[in-house]
Design a protein around this ligand. Structure first.
Ligand SMILES: NC(=O)c1ccc[n+]([C@@H]2O[C@H](COP(=O)([O-])OP(=O)(O)OC[C@H]3O[C@@H](n4cnc5c(N)ncnc54)[C@H](O)[C@@H]3O)[C@@H](O)[C@H]2O)c1
Length: 338
């Protein structure tokens, strides 16, 4: 069943103007600690809960402590929760909001490139369970997502690049205007020109919105958005790499596997590696194939001895491929020496 989420996305000229319509009473902000320091001035009028930075916040204990604070503040069923931060805060906010009092209104101000172009869109809001990424969650759409690209001016280069990994992933999935944009604009042109940065975000969000609108519950098409994630999540749970860096490694390995199975031309793999290199993204796994496989077989997408592996065939042609676990292990061992 298709849904419409386009109307929830707003590219805004100033947070103040957008927030003028959101009442102060009965609203609670969940805000990343670094974002509060850098951009908190826009949100001062609201009650807020500060979320320490880092992936380890996406866990049940943190959810429970947020719920305690929402109850203390008297946020009721007509209340609104606003997440201000990167993907960690948008995931946490979406999850808390979808279970608190069986669901309250919520919206996001994504502040990382990764959250603007990917994590804030689509309603998925997983938290981690032990070492397992995004094992618990719901799919619940936010009431609004407000994009203010100038927030990205304070992002570290590493976090900017991390977001570019998901942008490159969207370009591989969709080809088209986003791929053309990446070909025609260098990193510094994008970072130094606010109009270009906004255009990048618009093109990348369009790709995600189009996929989610056609397959919200991930019964088919949406699985393509997991390109690079089966391997990426396995690396993320055992390394210090960022989410985007892990996706980059996973995407490159998927392209190498596609080439070695003669499903994709070698140029595709070279182009993906070139895009990753342009944004200083890693392209090799730090894990031995055996360790990587141990992590992958526990991945939530595992189905008996097979796995839904997202395979890039060409730009604009990414497919769900059923791969035997043994075959994947064989490929990873082969590729370990490249
Ligand atoms: N729900 C989804 O569909 C989806 C999709 C992709 C990724 N994700 C999730 O997103 C998370 C990763 O998100 P992320 O990369 O945004 O990481 P993050 O939320 O951890 O933010 C990265 C760092 O940037 C800092 N930061 C945020 N905004 C800033 C700003 N404007 N200026 C300076 N520093 C800023 C944060 O404090 C943090 O240290 C992962 O948990 C991943 O699983 C979810």
């Amino acid at each position: 069943m298709s849904i419409s989420i386009k109307h929830t996305l707003h590219f805004i000229d100033s947070p103040d103007g957008f927030l003028a319509d959101i009442a102060v009473p009965n609203t609670m902000l969940l805000i990343d600690e670094n974002v509060k320091e850098l951009h908190g001035k826009y949100f001062e009028k609201y009650n807020s809960i500060t979320i320490p930075s880092g992936e380890n916040q996406k866990k049940m204990e943190v959810v429970e402590s947020i719920i305690d604070k929402l109850l203390d503040a008297g946020i009721d069923r007509n209340g609104t929760i606003i997440g201000v931060g990167g993907g960690v805060v948008t995931d946490l906010t979406g999850f808390v909001s979808s279970i608190y009092l069986r669901g309250v209104n919520f919206g996001f101000f994504p502040t990382t490139l990764l959250a603007m172009c990917d994590a804030s869109i689509g309603g998925k809001n997983g938290i981690n369970f032990g070492a397992y990424k995004n094992m618990i969650g719901t799919i619940t759409q936010p009431n609004f997502i407000a994009f203010y690209p100038p927030f990205l001016n304070t992002l570290s280069d590493r976090e900017f690049n991390s977001g570019m990994a998901e942008v490159i992933k969207h370009a591989v999935i969709n080809g088209g205007a986003l791929q053309k944009f990446l070909q025609e604009n260098t990193r510094s042109e994008i970072q130094e020109n606010p109009e270009k940065l906004k255009e990048l975000c618009q093109l990348a969000t369009e790709v995600k919105v189009n996929v989610v609108e056609q397959d919200e519950k991930e019964s088919g098409l949406r699985k393509k958005l997991n390109l690079g994630h089966t391997i990426g999540h396995a690396i993320e749970s055992t390394s210090d790499f960022t989410h985007g860096e892990c996706v980059a490694i996973g995407m490159v390995l998927a392209a190498k596997i596609a080439v070695s199975r003669r499903l994709a031309k070698v140029d595709l793999m070279r182009d993906i590696i070139a895009y990753c290199n342009a944004y200083n993204l890693p392209t090799h796994t730090p894990l031995e194939p055996k360790v990587l496989m141990e992590k992958i077989v526990k991945d939530k997408k595992r189905r008996s001895s097979e796995i839904d592996f997202i395979m890039p065939y060409a730009f604009g042609d990414v497919r769900v491929f059923t791969l035997e676990i043994d075959e994947l292990e064989h490929h990873l061992k082969e590729l370990a020496h490249e």
